[in-house]
Design a binder for this molecule. Structure first.
Ligand code: FES
Length: 141
């Protein structure tokens, strides 16, 4: 009952998505800005793992350069709460075109994080917001 009242107070009647926006903002605010890599380390197809705190909990992420673009995701499959790699830093399929979860072989598009084949098809990896400043890659949200 209390939660319902709070939700109603935060959400205008004709804007049902505002509550989701507010929650999303709150989640972003729980990630502390931190340096995660140097740009020169991220050659094409290279992945670098890093740890960060998400809502105060230690969480693993990875950043990759794919087709000249930098993207970062939480290292957590959308099928089960397991890392994509087996702690060996291998994220790519053999052809180097997709990320693959090593547990049940879900296939994800590197630039979007979308699962295109496997038990979580249609779900997406959680993207992390990054910035490049003076040759350093920063996690910012
Ligand atoms: S845990 Fe990743 S596909 Fe099942």
């Amino acid at each position: 009952m209390l939660f319902k009242r709070i939700a109603e107070m935060r959400r205008p009647r004709d804007s049902p998505s505002l509550l989701c926006f507010d929650l999303g903002t709150a989640i972003v605010a729980t990630v502390r800005k931190q340096k995660i890599a140097s740009l020169h380390e991220l050659t094409e197809g290279k992945t670098i793992k890093f740890e960060f705190a998400l809502k105060g909990k230690p969480t693993e992420g990875f950043v990759v350069c794919f087709q000249g673009q930098l993207v970062a995701y939480e290292n957590r499959c959308r099928h089960l709460p397991l890392s994509l790699d087996y702690d060996d830093g291998r994220f790519f399929s053999r052809d180097g075109k997709s990320f693959v979860c090593q547990t049940h072989n879900a296939i994800y598009e590197p630039l979007t994080g979308l699962c295109v084949r496997g038990p979580c098809e249609g779900a997406s990896l959680k993207a992390l917001k990054i910035e490049v400043v003076d040759g350093e890659v920063w996690l910012v949200g």
